[in-house]
Design a protein around this ligand. Structure first.
Ligand SMILES: *Cc1c(COP(=O)(O)O)cnc(C)c1O
Length: 357
């Protein structure tokens, strides 16, 4: 059933488009936002009708809950132009599901499918000229929700704001990253919020990330909060290692790993291709042993922003593990091509991953 058509979304168009500020040959991510945004407010236990309005500032009381207590969640999705020039969105339904899992963990209300999905569709349709068409480019879609009670007492809020803003993204140059294996600070621990895409997870990672940048590394490989031994994710991406002929990624049993849509896409494509894949706990000493035996063949991060981010080397305590040159990586290079072909609608969508605007 298509509930979409019954959805009442009011649209107030901008008087003056800013599209002329967009230089498709030099897109700086996050600097420029498309003309419109979607807003929906929740109060008295229900969502009000969403509205599409010109992109612009919010006016909020300084006592607004999320500013103080971090009840805030978000998603990251990309829209691409297909070969016919139509905007298509990659697996947004999965992001909607995850958004509501994050919402539950943060004591926030679920956003109904029709508000999230139809909101995305209408917004991307209206701002379709903002979806760039060059290889590697996209329109980044950022749904988010904030607790908006005007109250600095501590309690779960009762007013919320759901919004979607969008920003053109240029090609991501995946220069291989240098990784520091973190065994002091942690990103996630059992019972925590690691599986949720909440603002605080990111805030808490800034300091450790700044520290390793000063030491000359690009990103952190997070290890588990109890033993500091099992690998979790790199930076804000899921992580994959090719050990011999098997691709291994940490499993989702537990609540410390964020269930990436890119991660799931990769696992699906690899299994279909007949590549051996394992989702399981992965101790850092196994990586060290594999590196010593010459079996650590490929390593990469996976997420919507970078798609696949190859790892050049890993440093753990006094151990330095170097990966072979990327040109030799069969799995990652195949995945980069395959994912791009599906996302840009050049290849048949056999999985129902493409959402047509
Ligand atoms: C968003 C995110 C990812 C990647 O998820 P995708 O759905 O693939 O974009 C991985 N890890 C963390 C911590 C994240 O926040």
């Amino acid at each position: 059933m298509n509930t979409a058509s019954t959805m009442d979304i009011s649209v107030s168009k901008t008087a003056q488009s800013r599209i002329s500020q967009l230089n498709p040959d030099n897109i700086q991510f996050g600097k420029l936002y498309a003309d419109h945004m979607l807003v929906a407010d929740y109060q008295d236990g229900m969502w009000g009708a969403p509205a599409i309005v010109p992109f612009g500032n919010l006016s909020l009381s300084p006592a607004t809950t999320f500013m103080h207590y971090g009840q805030a969640i978000f998603e990251g999705i990309k829209a691409y132009k297909d070969p016919q020039g139509n905007p298509i969105i990659f697996r947004p339904h999965d992001n909607w599901n995850r958004f509501n899992r994050s919402a539950e963990r943060m004591a926030m209300p679920a956003v109904p499918e029709e508000i999230f999905m139809e909101g995305l569709r209408r917004l991307v349709d209206l701002d379709r000229d903002w979806v760039p068409s060059g290889e590697g480019t996209s329109l980044y879609l950022r749904p988010f929700m904030l607790a908006t009670d005007e109250f600095i007492g501590v309690r779960p809020a009762t007013h919320f704001k759901f919004m979607i803003i969008t920003s053109p993204a240029g090609p991501y140059y995946s220069k291989p990253v240098s990784i520091y294996v973190q065994d002091k600070y942690v990103r996630a621990f059992p019972g925590g919020t690691g599986f949720a895409k909440n603002a605080g997870n990111y805030g808490a990672c800034m300091y450790p990330t700044q520290q390793v940048r000063e030491m000359g590394y690009d990103q952190i490989l997070w290890t588990d909060g109890i033993h500091h031994r099992f690998v979790q994710e790199i930076g804000t991406m899921n992580v994959f290692f090719k050990l011999g002929d098997t691709v291994v990624t940490p499993d989702l049993n537990g609540d410390t790993i964020l269930a990436g849509v890119t991660r799931d896409s990769i696992l699906t494509l690899l299994r279909e291709k007949g590549v051996k894949v394992e989702e399981r706990p992965l101790p850092i000493d196994e990586l060290e042993a594999a590196a010593k035996e010459g079996k650590l063949l490929e390593a990469f991060g996976a997420g919507t922003a970078a798609s696949i981010a190859p790892i050049a080397d890993l440093t753990f305590e006094d151990q330095h593990m170097k990966l072979p040159p990327i040109e030799t990586w069969e799995v990652a290079n195949w995945l980069i091509q395959e994912l791009a072909a599906i996302r840009y609608g050049r290849k048949e969508d056999r999985h129902g991953w493409i959402f047509r605007v």
